[in-house]
Design a protein around this ligand. Structure first.
Ligand SMILES: CC(C)(COP(=O)(O)OP(=O)(O)OC[C@H]1O[C@@H](n2cnc3c(N)ncnc32)[C@H](O)[C@@H]1OP(=O)(O)O)[C@@H](O)C(=O)NCCC(=O)NCCS
Length: 190
Protein backbone atom coordinates (compact mmCIF):
# COMPACT_ATOMS: atom_id res chain seq x y z
CA UNK A 1 0.00 0.00 0.00
CA UNK A 2 1.43 3.34 -1.04
CA UNK A 3 1.64 6.28 1.30
CA UNK A 4 0.85 9.76 0.10
CA UNK A 5 3.90 11.85 0.59
CA UNK A 6 3.40 14.62 -1.90
CA UNK A 7 2.91 18.20 -0.80
CA UNK A 8 -0.65 18.99 0.27
CA UNK A 9 -2.44 21.69 -1.75
CA UNK A 10 -2.18 24.49 0.75
CA UNK A 11 -4.93 26.46 -1.04
CA UNK A 12 -7.51 24.04 0.40
CA UNK A 13 -6.91 25.34 3.90
CA UNK A 14 -8.48 28.49 5.18
CA UNK A 15 -6.16 31.45 4.44
CA UNK A 16 -5.69 32.44 8.06
CA UNK A 17 -4.22 29.01 8.86
CA UNK A 18 -0.73 30.07 8.02
CA UNK A 19 0.15 32.41 10.88
CA UNK A 20 -2.23 30.83 13.39
CA UNK A 21 -0.62 27.43 13.01
CA UNK A 22 2.81 28.91 13.21
CA UNK A 23 2.07 30.89 16.36
CA UNK A 24 0.43 27.91 18.10
CA UNK A 25 3.37 25.59 17.52
CA UNK A 26 5.10 24.45 20.70
CA UNK A 27 8.41 26.29 20.92
CA UNK A 28 7.28 28.88 18.42
CA UNK A 29 8.73 31.65 20.58
CA UNK A 30 12.11 30.42 19.39
CA UNK A 31 10.89 30.78 15.81
CA UNK A 32 10.06 33.87 13.84
CA UNK A 33 6.54 35.10 14.65
CA UNK A 34 5.51 34.73 11.01
CA UNK A 35 6.54 32.31 8.30
CA UNK A 36 9.88 33.14 6.76
CA UNK A 37 9.62 35.49 3.84
CA UNK A 38 10.73 34.73 0.33
CA UNK A 39 13.99 36.67 0.00
CA UNK A 40 13.53 37.13 -3.75
CA UNK A 41 9.99 38.55 -3.64
CA UNK A 42 9.66 39.69 -0.02
CA UNK A 43 6.36 37.75 0.24
CA UNK A 44 5.60 35.56 3.27
CA UNK A 45 6.27 31.91 2.42
CA UNK A 46 3.30 29.55 2.87
CA UNK A 47 3.84 26.94 5.60
CA UNK A 48 4.84 23.50 4.43
CA UNK A 49 1.68 21.37 4.69
CA UNK A 50 1.58 17.66 3.96
CA UNK A 51 -0.65 14.68 4.66
CA UNK A 52 0.93 11.27 4.76
CA UNK A 53 0.81 7.97 6.62
CA UNK A 54 2.41 8.30 10.04
CA UNK A 55 5.82 7.02 11.03
CA UNK A 56 7.15 6.32 14.53
CA UNK A 57 8.83 9.74 14.69
CA UNK A 58 5.41 11.38 14.63
CA UNK A 59 4.71 9.90 18.10
CA UNK A 60 7.24 12.40 19.45
CA UNK A 61 6.22 15.09 17.05
CA UNK A 62 2.75 16.08 18.23
CA UNK A 63 0.69 12.98 17.35
CA UNK A 64 -0.08 11.87 20.93
CA UNK A 65 -0.84 15.45 21.91
CA UNK A 66 -3.14 15.78 18.89
CA UNK A 67 -4.97 12.55 19.82
CA UNK A 68 -5.62 13.92 23.29
CA UNK A 69 -8.34 16.07 21.64
CA UNK A 70 -10.32 12.80 21.57
CA UNK A 71 -9.52 11.55 25.06
CA UNK A 72 -6.75 10.30 27.31
CA UNK A 73 -4.04 8.44 25.37
CA UNK A 74 -2.55 6.86 28.51
CA UNK A 75 0.50 5.33 26.80
CA UNK A 76 4.20 5.94 27.26
CA UNK A 77 6.19 6.62 24.10
CA UNK A 78 7.55 3.04 24.14
CA UNK A 79 4.06 1.57 24.55
CA UNK A 80 2.80 3.77 21.73
CA UNK A 81 5.58 2.48 19.43
CA UNK A 82 4.48 -1.12 20.18
CA UNK A 83 0.86 -0.21 19.42
CA UNK A 84 1.94 1.46 16.17
CA UNK A 85 3.80 -1.69 15.09
CA UNK A 86 0.74 -3.85 15.80
CA UNK A 87 -1.51 -1.45 13.90
CA UNK A 88 0.82 -1.65 10.91
CA UNK A 89 0.61 -5.45 10.97
CA UNK A 90 -3.19 -5.23 11.19
CA UNK A 91 -3.40 -2.80 8.25
CA UNK A 92 -4.76 0.06 10.29
CA UNK A 93 -3.67 3.09 8.27
CA UNK A 94 -2.90 6.15 10.40
CA UNK A 95 -2.64 9.46 8.56
CA UNK A 96 -1.22 12.70 9.86
CA UNK A 97 -1.29 16.26 8.67
CA UNK A 98 1.91 18.13 9.35
CA UNK A 99 2.48 21.85 9.15
CA UNK A 100 6.12 22.81 9.00
CA UNK A 101 7.01 19.36 10.26
CA UNK A 102 4.66 19.23 13.27
CA UNK A 103 1.57 17.01 13.55
CA UNK A 104 -1.59 19.13 13.72
CA UNK A 105 -4.22 16.53 12.81
CA UNK A 106 -4.74 12.81 12.43
CA UNK A 107 -7.30 10.31 11.16
CA UNK A 108 -7.19 6.54 10.67
CA UNK A 109 -8.59 4.23 8.06
CA UNK A 110 -9.33 0.57 8.82
CA UNK A 111 -9.88 -1.58 5.75
CA UNK A 112 -12.36 -4.44 6.12
CA UNK A 113 -12.80 -6.99 3.34
CA UNK A 114 -16.36 -8.33 3.14
CA UNK A 115 -17.75 -11.64 1.92
CA UNK A 116 -20.58 -9.47 0.63
CA UNK A 117 -20.13 -7.13 -2.33
CA UNK A 118 -17.97 -9.72 -4.10
CA UNK A 119 -15.30 -9.39 -1.44
CA UNK A 120 -15.32 -5.58 -1.62
CA UNK A 121 -13.63 -3.34 0.94
CA UNK A 122 -15.30 -1.07 3.47
CA UNK A 123 -13.24 1.77 4.92
CA UNK A 124 -13.86 2.59 8.58
CA UNK A 125 -12.89 6.15 9.45
CA UNK A 126 -11.58 6.28 13.02
CA UNK A 127 -9.88 8.60 15.48
CA UNK A 128 -10.23 11.91 13.71
CA UNK A 129 -8.55 14.53 15.88
CA UNK A 130 -7.25 18.03 15.34
CA UNK A 131 -5.03 19.78 17.86
CA UNK A 132 -7.28 21.57 20.35
CA UNK A 133 -5.79 24.99 19.68
CA UNK A 134 -6.08 24.59 15.91
CA UNK A 135 -9.65 23.40 15.48
CA UNK A 136 -12.10 25.20 13.18
CA UNK A 137 -9.47 26.25 10.68
CA UNK A 138 -10.20 23.78 7.90
CA UNK A 139 -7.66 21.15 8.97
CA UNK A 140 -10.25 18.43 9.71
CA UNK A 141 -12.02 19.04 6.40
CA UNK A 142 -8.74 18.80 4.50
CA UNK A 143 -7.82 15.53 6.26
CA UNK A 144 -11.21 13.94 5.59
CA UNK A 145 -11.08 14.96 1.93
CA UNK A 146 -7.69 13.30 1.55
CA UNK A 147 -8.76 10.11 3.37
CA UNK A 148 -11.87 9.80 1.21
CA UNK A 149 -9.74 10.10 -1.94
CA UNK A 150 -7.32 7.56 -0.46
CA UNK A 151 -10.19 5.13 0.35
CA UNK A 152 -11.39 5.31 -3.25
CA UNK A 153 -7.87 4.82 -4.55
CA UNK A 154 -7.54 1.72 -2.35
CA UNK A 155 -10.78 0.30 -3.79
CA UNK A 156 -13.31 0.84 -0.97
CA UNK A 157 -16.92 0.85 -2.15
CA UNK A 158 -17.99 2.89 0.91
CA UNK A 159 -16.60 4.60 4.00
CA UNK A 160 -18.44 4.52 7.33
CA UNK A 161 -17.87 6.14 10.70
CA UNK A 162 -19.49 6.54 14.09
CA UNK A 163 -19.78 9.86 15.85
CA UNK A 164 -21.75 11.67 18.51
CA UNK A 165 -24.69 13.69 17.14
CA UNK A 166 -23.04 17.08 17.53
CA UNK A 167 -20.17 16.09 15.20
CA UNK A 168 -22.55 15.12 12.41
CA UNK A 169 -22.60 18.56 10.73
CA UNK A 170 -18.82 18.37 10.35
CA UNK A 171 -19.04 15.02 8.52
CA UNK A 172 -22.10 16.11 6.52
CA UNK A 173 -20.09 19.04 5.16
CA UNK A 174 -17.54 16.45 3.98
CA UNK A 175 -20.25 14.54 2.07
CA UNK A 176 -21.40 11.91 4.61
CA UNK A 177 -25.09 11.32 5.29
CA UNK A 178 -26.83 9.93 8.36
CA UNK A 179 -27.35 6.23 7.77
CA UNK A 180 -28.03 4.08 10.83
CA UNK A 181 -27.91 4.02 14.60
CA UNK A 182 -24.96 2.47 16.41
CA UNK A 183 -24.94 0.38 19.59
CA UNK A 184 -22.30 -0.67 22.11
CA UNK A 185 -21.57 -2.70 25.22
CA UNK A 186 -18.73 -1.64 27.53
CA UNK A 187 -16.66 -4.27 29.36
CA UNK A 188 -14.43 -3.38 32.30
CA UNK A 189 -15.01 0.30 32.69
CA UNK A 190 -11.61 0.81 34.44
C1 LIG B 1 -14.41 17.55 15.01
C2 LIG B 1 -13.06 17.97 14.43
C3 LIG B 1 -12.34 16.75 13.88
C4 LIG B 1 -13.32 18.98 13.28
O1 LIG B 1 -12.08 19.38 12.70
P1 LIG B 1 -11.80 20.92 12.49
O2 LIG B 1 -10.48 21.09 11.84
O3 LIG B 1 -11.99 21.63 13.78
O4 LIG B 1 -13.00 21.34 11.52
P2 LIG B 1 -12.94 22.20 10.19
O5 LIG B 1 -12.41 23.56 10.51
O6 LIG B 1 -12.25 21.47 9.11
O7 LIG B 1 -14.51 22.31 9.86
C5 LIG B 1 -15.05 22.01 8.61
C6 LIG B 1 -16.51 22.43 8.65
O8 LIG B 1 -17.22 21.67 9.66
C7 LIG B 1 -17.77 22.57 10.64
N1 LIG B 1 -17.58 21.96 11.96
C8 LIG B 1 -16.42 21.61 12.54
N2 LIG B 1 -16.64 21.08 13.76
C9 LIG B 1 -17.97 21.12 13.95
C10 LIG B 1 -18.82 20.71 15.01
N3 LIG B 1 -18.34 20.15 16.15
N4 LIG B 1 -20.16 20.90 14.87
C11 LIG B 1 -20.66 21.47 13.74
N5 LIG B 1 -19.89 21.87 12.69
C12 LIG B 1 -18.57 21.69 12.79
C13 LIG B 1 -16.97 23.85 10.51
O9 LIG B 1 -17.74 24.95 10.94
C14 LIG B 1 -16.67 23.88 9.02
O10 LIG B 1 -17.82 24.37 8.33
P3 LIG B 1 -17.66 25.34 7.05
O11 LIG B 1 -17.07 24.46 5.96
O12 LIG B 1 -19.04 25.76 6.76
O13 LIG B 1 -16.74 26.43 7.44
C15 LIG B 1 -12.16 18.68 15.48
O14 LIG B 1 -12.84 19.80 15.98
C16 LIG B 1 -11.73 17.78 16.62
O15 LIG B 1 -10.65 17.18 16.58
N6 LIG B 1 -12.57 17.70 17.69
C17 LIG B 1 -12.23 16.90 18.86
C18 LIG B 1 -12.16 15.40 18.56
C19 LIG B 1 -13.41 14.91 17.85
O16 LIG B 1 -14.55 15.18 18.26
N7 LIG B 1 -13.18 14.12 16.78
C20 LIG B 1 -14.26 13.54 15.99
C21 LIG B 1 -14.66 12.24 16.58
S1 LIG B 1 -15.98 11.51 15.66
Amino acid sequence: MKSINGPFPYQQLKPELSTQVWEAMPGSSAQPAAPASNLATGEAAAPRVEIRQMNATDLKNGLLETLSALGDVGLSYEEAVAVFQRRLRDKVLTYVMLVDGRVVGTASLVLEQKFLHQGGFVGHLEDVAIRKDLQNRGIGAALIKTLLAESQRLGCYKVVLQCVPDRMPFYERAGFREWTKSMRIDFNSN
